[in-house]
Design a protein around this ligand. Sequence first.
Ligand code: ATP
Ligand code: MG
Length: 726
Amino acid sequence: AIVDSSNLIDSLNAAQREAVTAPCGRTLVLAGAGSGKTRVLTHRAAWLLQAEEASAYSILAVTFTNKAAAEMRGRIAGLVGIAAGGMWIGTFHGLAHRLLRLHWREAGLPQHFQILDAEDQRRLIRRTLRNLEIDESRWPPRQIQGFINARKDEGRRPEALEPHDAYSEQMRQLYRAYEEACRAGGGLVDFAELLLRCYELLRHQPALLEHYRRRFRHILVDEFQDTNRIQYEWLRLLAGSESDVFIVGDDDQSIYGWRGAQVENMQRLQRDEPSTRVLRLEQNYRSTRTILAAANALIARNSRRLGKHLWTEGAAGEPIAVYAAFSEQDEARFVVERIRSLIESEGYARSDCAILYRSNAQSRAFEETLFGREIPYRVYGGLRFFERAEIKDALAYLRLLVNRNDDASFERVINTPPRGIGVKTLDALRSQARQRQTSLWQAAGELLRAGALSGRAARATTAFIELIDRLSGPLAEPALAARIEVVLAQCGLHEHYAKDRSERGLDRLENLDELISAARTFEQAREPTDDEADSLTAFLAHAALEAGEVQAGEQDDGVQLMTLHSAKGLEFPVVFLVGLEEGLFPHRMALDEPGRLEEERRLCYVGITRARQRLLLSFAERRRLHGQDHYGTASRFLLELPTELVQEVRARFSVTRPQTKVHAVEPMVTADTAAFSLGQRVRHATFGEGIVLSCEGSGPNTRVQVNFAHSGSKWLVAAYANLKPC
Ligand code: ATP
Ligand code: MG
């Protein structure tokens, strides 16, 4: 190579350099957390561009999230000093979607095919069951959804199944009926379908396959341990025997087995492609020696590992802090206080701190406490922006504009906002559609023409149909954002939510506005040459596919909250790994199954290895989850950490252990910093003497229940009540 590439590899160690500059062919980098896999992958792409003079068009990189894809694009551009424009970088789903958009005809899809997210998919299954008059309680839609997606992930259509009993025969029938419903709905494509369809597209179109094989000379894959069967086959198909394939992964971080990922793909690859060169990276650059030692000790308890040895030159760092909280509020209070002191006295930024938890529901206590202390934060995952009800309503209108036969959208908005179309009318539409094998839209037209609807229902239905026709007519605004604004105003959604003066109503209005700005941002960022779809169709696909990871309207420089699953691949200077209780983490469902327990342990390994400098662990003795109190014991994962690495943290306040199990006493301070305990005698200026029955909350929010001798039981805010011990 003529270009000086030394700067590219200068910042790498010998093993990393060997990987980055490996000759073209099949390379698998198998290495533990924080050893530079993602860095190596990025440098490899830059190296190909610079030293091997590869064209950006010849590179296809698969990452696990869209966020990671954007980061990788930026990094590569930074390394080689040019825009990484022609490269295809994205998730499996994103890339498959892109191919299907380009080749919708060959894939047997209508041009404006729509993507179904998980909720849309479930609704469609529910409707299919209703049409077949099958009892939902005996055939739960969620179960059918799981079945269908699992078969698709294995690459199997209904025809390829071999039912061995009545149950599996029925499942197969439902799978087939669901496929038919997708087709009849104007080409609806769920997430699993994206992958399978794209695989079949390449498989059945040799010319197309040949074209892409010749184009993508270089294929790079991050987080390979979490690929499922169809993704694996898709990769192999696309790679053929000629392409240069560079794969990185860590079997110890395989955490999506429950969703069909197959860590065996790592061994399968070596079997299927015996020429695969396997390289290992052993030096960790991310974490302190203490954190790394804890991670190594934990994961060593798993069996069936490919085996790795990770070390670091880094400093020992701080011991790992463990806090035993009374309750989830106490846990949140501890975490937030710590964050505050790390920011105030140690100079950390808010965004340096991450709170990681096993399940989304756990974020609430932290959010409330952060909110109460006015510390900005940002939650990833959870109910994503595009999954909120008002946004889905708005999107349903937009989808109907593109495709009148989208029954799910039709049902969603025909009476939202209310326009006097009742259940009876809807039932009439449904049965007409069923009899005539048409969409609800067509059925509505037929019933109206036949005069089969009553006066009021007929007027309302006509108005709805005219509204949709008008909105998609030639008068509509050409610019996407402006067009959406018009739709929201005219369909009545905006007005509908404006009537609701509560916080919730306001929230919804703001979200609708946010949708308009999301459309504007999308339109500006879009590469117009990309594919043939119009901007509305492209935006709808974006809404279903991509935008879930980032939430609109939240602080950039805030404390970061996310589940352990979504923390994969990321790193933070300070990590709080919370909720370490048996039954919560490891999850209750995993306790009796060794395989799943090991997956939980890998998840814990992922969590620990996100931390660079500080790691703080916590668990709560009492936790309210899904409306029930749970009394937890410390997670086995805590006990599996070497004691010399761990230090227990005491609460700052004097602690009174609960007398009874039901009412745990929060440590607390009042105006004169005295702590209360259950059963304590106190005096109030107005109410006189009484006995403390229970406490709730912490800090300035603490409320105390006191049973006063003369005025009975009362809840008081401790900060104002000025209670004196007596
Ligand atoms: P994970 O398994 O969690 O995805 P990874 O193996 O992909 O981790 P990276 O994220 O690539 O690891 O790297 C971890 C950290 O170490 C990053 O901050 C990266 O910049 C840094 N790093 C990696 N290699 C080196 C190196 N040779 N010199 C300095 N820093 C490095
Ligand atoms: Mg990585």
